[in-house]
Design a protein around this ligand. Structure first.
Ligand SMILES: Cc1cc2nc3c(=O)[nH]c(=O)nc-3n(C[C@H](O)[C@H](O)[C@H](O)COP(=O)(O)O)c2cc1C
Length: 213
């Protein structure tokens, strides 16, 4: 099957892309509106795209239908320039999905999902207390491309619960963190518990030595 993206409906392209660019990490984003309401919503069009400085990218689509109805998260980030990305583990997955309900602006998803917040250290947006880790971010830019907003943010502080930090690197004890990923959009997610395998990376000399042996 070959799809000419110019000839199919956007939702068909979406269905294929999210099934193929997978599994995806989930940015559970907290943001604050101009009157101080805390908003929380998940976004899996997400990754880090730089480390020095640390940069993350998030894709936020407009709501379906005619006209431009942006999502609260994108609006809040534009208006305040700050947000926090909270990491989602197995234990939090159902409550994360609850935060994706299209509640009207001003509804505090975290209260509905029975989650608590904790103050951040450098930004005024709170983080989700129950989350194993959170990235405090400042907006670098928001690009509007068609019906999407691509947000680039700079990570300014990183919180990790001590139990998930191996101080020797420091590294993240990823095998213990049990992060979840999003798959094809039909409500499918993946666990990372007991799912790790390791492939040591070689340099050229090691590869040559292996070829000769
Ligand atoms: C796991 C998951 C991942 C999602 N990823 C995205 C995404 O990358 N981009 C997007 O626009 N919406 C995504 N959504 C939908 C938003 O979370 C949803 O539209 C939410 O209501 C937006 O909330 P807000 O208006 O408070 O920002 C996702 C939903 C779920 C459950």
């Amino acid at each position: 099957m070959i799809l000419d993206v110019g000839k199919v409906a956007p939702h068909q392209t979406y269905n294929l892309l999210i099934g193929l660019v997978a599994p995806r990490p989930i940015a559970w984003i907290t943001s604050v509106d101009l009157v101080g309401n805390v908003n929380a919503a998940p976004f899996s069009a997400y990754n880090y795209v730089g480390t020095d400085p640390p940069i993350v990218a998030i894709g936020v689509g407009n709501r379906p239908g005619p006209g431009v109805i942006g999502k609260d998260t994108a609006r809040n980030i534009r208006e305040t320039g700050e947000f926090v990305i909270n990491v989602v583990n197995e234990e939090l997955a159902e409550r994360m999905v609850l935060c994706a309900v299209d509640f009207p602006p001003g509804v505090e998803e975290l209260a509905i999902a029975k989650l608590e917040t904790a103050p951040s250290s450098l930004v005024s947006v709170p983080r989700i207390l129950e989350s194993p880790a959170s990235l405090e971010c400042r907006e670098l830019t928001t690009m509007e491309i068609g019906r999407s907003r691509v947000i680039l943010g700079q990570v300014v502080a990183i919180h990790v619960k001590d139990e998930f930090v191996d101080p020797s690197g420091p590294y993240i004890r990823a095998e213990q963190l049990h992060a979840v990923g999003r798959m094809n959009g039909k409500g499918a997610y993946v666990r990372t518990r007991d799912a790790f395998f390791h492939i040591p990376r070689m340099n050229y000399q090691e590869w040559l030595a292996r070829e000769k042996s």
